[in-house]
Design a protein around this ligand. Structure first.
Ligand code: P5A
Length: 436
């Protein structure tokens, strides 16, 4: 994209309403604009990041064998009356009435709807296990939406739902999702720690929160350094083998990890001192096993091998896709702005033309732009060099290609790596071979 013709409204001033770094930077870098309390429009650069995160989440769900579908945002209240959650959900649910006086709602989650779809579609034990997911907007009428997209009212979630014949099967599905989550967060450039969470009234010990480390996180966390050393994308962990999954799950649950509510200081102190890690964290995902809670209430069953009806064993698995945009920024920024991981940056590189109208500068920039498009932003504005440097740092492109008149005349440009600040003078050709 050419910056001069794009809607990328950067701000010099710090917006007064933003209390944390990611919210300030998202507004200043022109990624989002608030349209109502806790509701945001995604501007072009922000939307590119959101789509990049979505792509990685989708690839890892698919790799785990989950099937993507798309359920609507608007749901019928009747489904929620069946599960008993229509009244329970309280004021966080946005209730809507249509012209025929039917009760509808803007979905805060989709357990009921997916259970309804599955009970109409599956008949036999031969058709399970299945994991289904979608990436769809949710609405929760939070009393105090805050921190920008991190706690919004309308937000994008990846929610998956597993259906198994028995507990043993449900455990395999749960472990698959946990592995998919660890891979997803690693590919997003995040250090994520799975932490046992209260599973609520359903009982069972299978609920985990995924916390990523960021100095400004909402909760205090304690964990074993072992989590930092694991490469979840390696072939050692395969979705295909129940033994691999068991080994993986054993590893995840044997290392110490806890947040405020569940922290056991004595157990933590038993860790070797050099393995103790303490920090702040943000919840970016949450997974649950809840057995037959919904399948019994809504009668979702299949015929078992002996012909008897069996209520399906279920789990649900959420990732806060839009929250992740803020969370990544919390984990990766400096005083000058955002530092995007390569995997999700809105643009891989920015070309900074330091002297618009200079024949050599313009020609070099155009050539680079043609070769690197569409994954490059060309700062072709009639602005001072200082403004271009500041905006490029603020927007956080992994690479900056700085084209000045002296270098351009000699066939060279300066290549800056945003994360390290390292600059090297290189030929325009070698930029192309490195970034193309
Ligand atoms: C799991 C999937 C559920 O809703 N039902 C379907 C289960 N879990 S959850 O923990 O309540 O939400 C899953 C993730 O969604 C993100 N999230 C939010 N993001 C932005 N703003 C919000 N108000 C918000 N609420 C939840 C979190 O990342 C959470 O882990």
């Amino acid at each position: 994209m050419r910056l001069s013709r794009s809607l990328l409204p950067t701000l010099k001033e710090t917006p007064a309403e933003a209390q944390i770094a990611s919210h300030r930077l998202m507004l200043r870098a022109g990624l989002v604009r608030q349209t109502a309390a806790g509701i945001y429009a995604w501007l072009p650069a922000g939307f590119r990041v959101l789509k990049n995160i979505e792509r990685i989440v989708r690839e890892e769900q698919d790799a785990a064998g989950a099937q993507e579908l798309l359920m609507p945002t608007i749901q019928s209240a009747d489904l929620w009356r069946e599960s008993g959650r229509y009244e329970d959900y309280g004021k966080e649910m946005l209730r809507i009435r249509d012209r025929h006086d039917r009760d509808l709602l803007f979905g805060p989650t989709n357990e009921e709807m997916i259970t309804d779809i599955v009970r109409q579609s599956l008949r036999s034990y031969r058709e399970v296990p299945q994991i289904l997911y979608h990436i769809q907007w949710k609405f929760r009428d939070e009393v105090r939406p805050r921190f920008g997209v991190m706690r919004g009212r309308e937000f994008l979630m990846k929610d998956a739902y597993s259906f198994d014949l028995d507990y043993a099967g449900a455990v395999v599905s749960y472990r698959k999702m946990m592995l998919a989550y660890m891979r997803t967060f690693q590919r997003l450039g995040l250090k994520a720690i799975p932490m046992a969470a209260d599973s609520g009234p359903i009982g069972g010990d299978l609920s985990h929160e995924f916390i990523i480390l960021a100095p400004t996180g909402e909760s205090q966390v304690w964990y074993d350094a072992a989590f930092e050393e694991i490469d979840y994308t390696s072939d050692a962990f395969s979705h295909a083998s129940a033994e691999d999954l068991e080994k993986f799950f054993g590893m995840m649950t044997s290392h110490y990890a806890a947040s405020d509510e569940k922290h056991d200081a004595a157990a933590y102190e038993r860790l070797a001192a050099d393995r103790r890690r303490e920090g702040r964290g943000i919840e970016v995902g949450h997974i649950f096993y809840f057995g037959t809670k919904y399948s019994k209430a809504m009668n979702a069953a299949v015929a078992g091998p002996d012909g008897k009806q069996v209520h399906l064993e279920m789990g649900s698995y959420g990732i806060g896709v839009s929250r992740l945009v803020g969370a990544v920024i919390e984990a990766s920024h400096d005083a000058a702005g955002i530092i995007w991981p390569d995997s999700i940056a809105p643009f891989r590189a920015a070309i900074l033309n330091l002297k618009m109208g200079d024949a050599a500068c313009d020609a070099t920039c155009e050539r680079l732009y043609d070769a690197l498009a569409p994954n490059v932003l060309y700062d072709d504005r009639d602005e001072r060099a200082g403004v271009k440097f500041a905006d490029a740092d603020l927007m956080g492109h992994p690479w900056q290609i700085v084209v000045g008149p002296r270098g351009a005349a000699a066939g060279t440009v300066e290549l800056k790596r945003r994360a390290t600040g390292e600059r090297t003078e290189v030929s325009a050709e070698s930029v192309l071979s490195r970034l193309a």
